[in-house]
Design a binder for this molecule. Structure first.
Ligand SMILES: [Zn+2]
Length: 597
């Protein structure tokens, strides 16, 4: 038995969920106020027989015990597995632990580290690095800073680094994999040439990739390492290796945009500053920060601090389960300028940092005469749209009270408007999403696995995978693999995207023996069957919910809503049946093949 199955077998979803929600009996199932969204009537259900859960309210999602923990703790599958394994007393061998994939990655870290030393030495000593040295001097960087950040220089040559690292025993394949060299017309050459080099570290201090800046006015100004087994831009934070201790100690992280902003901040003693690797902070980055602090301050330039940035802020707050603050920089200035001009200004801006939501309130109402009713409505509408994404009920309540203050519209009316907005935005979503996600079952699912094996063994099917949705996969491992497969550019990078606990399952799917003919028809038929299975399970769950509501004397509106959702599912099932009839021959073959397995 695989370790995942063992954890599942020793874990009772009812026990796990009851730590976060007070469950009450409802027939054979259990119900509670949803632990993920704020509500007055319970629409969250736990199904002990299937070991699954579903929220029929705002979340409109569900899954197994893994997805529950992933969602509740904001962690990925691997961490959820480790957490549940520990809880269940299942020992994960080191292969499945934190050190997974270490040997393969270790070699790439080493190559990166050798490259960083090479670049650093060139910056300090090479006659060719004169321009680069002038540049760092012009930016006011001290030699201590240059050493601390291990800044470097890449020669204006095609094979400088390549030669150096191959001499050290690294293969071209390894250097390609590390993103240090590139392949063009059958030959390989250095990726970074004539650039100022910024090694990018992870939290553990490994060099995962590089940022590089041109030394003239050419564009683009900056390039980064490509996505590699060690480097994922969306989950990297520049400076995190040097900032982690200060972030923990001060219990706050300040996020800026550029490499230079981080470096100047640290040089001036602001050691809790890190940079996102693009314009906006990603969910993955917030999840890394969450290990160090829940307090995040975004340093935003006055021009970028728009409503869109604020909307993203709500997402960060949901992930951190805490308020996010913004410090707004003077127009046209970045942190580097501000700090260099006067460190006091930076300290003051930081001290004045305001909760992102309250800043948004001010921003929206700044130019409005709030004594006029039409402006009150205008402001309330704009702000409610942002607030509506807040998942935490306590924070939501606080925002509504503040909004009541600002607009003079009563709390009760705002609350009504909020639920209307939620309904509307739900209705506007495409039908596919309205019936979002379903329950993953514990049992292994032959049809899911057959379909995945087809996809893994026939990359050409990727072109027609739109019909297939992650939510059709009820089994957590299968869903993880499908999602990784969707994101992977080539099959060889699949493992890097997956927790090593799933590798065994992945390998078995890749090795699964499949017949070689009529692949496309078989695939289409699989998709259809998965869709049918998904819709049927949704229908069953909804039926049970309807019966319960009726029994408990649910309001006419609630019952009508559930019925309406039921009709939606029936319509979609009808469509599936029509399609099935059209392609009955392919379906028959799939059925036969599944029986043989
Ligand atoms: Zn919910």
């Amino acid at each position: 038995m695989g370790v995942i199955d063992e954890v599942k077998q020793r874990t009772d979803i009812v026990e796990v969920v009851s730590q976060y929600a007070s469950l009450k009996k409802a027939g054979r199932n259990l119900t509670a106020l949803c632990p993920f969204h704020s509500e007055k009537h319970p629409s969250f259900f736990v199904y002990p027989e299937q070991q699954s859960w579903h929220c029929f309210g705002a979340c409109s999602t569900g899954g197994d015990v893994f997805s529950f923990i992933m969602k509740k703790q904001g962690i990925d599958f691997g961490d959820a597995l480790r957490l549940l394994a520990q809880r269940a007393g299942v020992t994960l061998s080191s292969r499945f632990g934190q050190d997974a994939g270490r040997d393969e990655k270790e070699r790439l870290y080493q190559a990166n580290e050798a490259a960083a030393r090479y670049f650093h030495d060139l910056l300090l000593n090479s006659p060719d690095a004169e321009t680069a040295r002038k540049y760092v001097a012009s930016r006011g960087l001290t030699s201590k800073t240059i050493v601390d950040f291990q800044l470097g220089f890449s020669l204006n040559k095609w094979e400088g680094l390549k030669q150096h690292l191959t001499d050290m025993g690294y293969s071209e394949k390894e250097l390609l994999e590390a993103g240090l060299i590139v392949e063009a017309e059958g030959k390989t050459h250095d990726r970074f040439r004539n650039k100022l080099m910024f090694p990018i570290h992870d939290l553990r201090g490994h060099i995962v990739g590089f940022g590089a800046r041109v030394l003239d006015d050419s564009l683009p100004k900056y390039i980064n390492s490509p996505q590699t087994p060690t480097f994922d831009k969306s989950s990297s934070l520049y400076g995190i290796n040097l900032a982690a201790a200060a972030i923990r100690q001060q219990d706050t992280a300040v996020i800026v945009e550029g490499y230079m902003d981080v470096i100047t901040a640290h040089q001036n003693g602001f050691n809790n500053v890190i940079a996102s690797m693009g314009t906006s902070v990603t969910e993955k980055q917030v999840n890394i920060l969450r290990k160090l602090t829940r307090n995040m301050v975004l340093a935003l330039d006055a021009d970028t601090a728009g409503e869109e940035a604020m909307l993203r802020g709500v997402g960060y707050e949901n992930t951190l389960e805490a308020e996010v603050k913004v410090m707004v920089l003077p127009k046209g200035k970045d942190p580097d300028d501000v700090i260099k001009e006067n460190t006091e200004t930076w300290s003051q801006l930081l001290a004045d940092a305001r909760a992102i939501m309250y800043y948004t309130f001010t921003m929206v109402t700044a130019d409005l005469d709030m004594t006029k009713e039409e402006n009150q409505i205008l402001a309330a509408t704009k702000l409610l749209k942002i607030i509506t994404n807040t998942k935490d009920s306590v924070r939501l309540d606080r925002y509504l009270r503040k909004l009541e203050n600002v607009t003079g519209i009563s709390y009760r009316k705002l609350e009504e408007a909020l639920s209307k907005i939620k309904q509307e935005s739900k209705a506007r979503r495409p039908r596919q999403e309205v019936i979002t996600r379903t329950v993953r079952s514990l049992v292994s699912s032959p049809i899911e696995e057959y379909c995945l094996a087809l996809l893994l063994q026939h990359p050409e099917l990727k072109a027609q995978s739109e019909g297939l949705s992650a939510e059709y996969f009820e089994n957590s491992e299968n869903r993880e693999i499908f999602v990784a497969w969707q994101q992977a550019n080539d099959p060889s990078s699949l493992k890097d995207k997956l927790d090593s606990a799933i590798w065994e399952h992945l390998d078995s799917l890749i090795r699964k023996s499949l017949p070689a003919n009529q692949i496309e028809q078989k695939y289409a038929s699989c998709v259809l069957r998965l869709r049918e299975k998904f819709l049927r399970s949704l229908e069953t769950k909804r039926g049970a919910m309807l019966a319960l509501e009726a029994e408990a004397g649910g309001t006419a509106a609630e019952l009508a809503k559930l019925k309406e959702q039921g009709i939606e599912v029936s319509t979609q099932l009808g469509e599936v049946f029509t399609q099935k009839r059209r392609m009955s021959s392919g379906a028959k073959e799939v059925r036969n093949e599944l029986r043989k397995q």
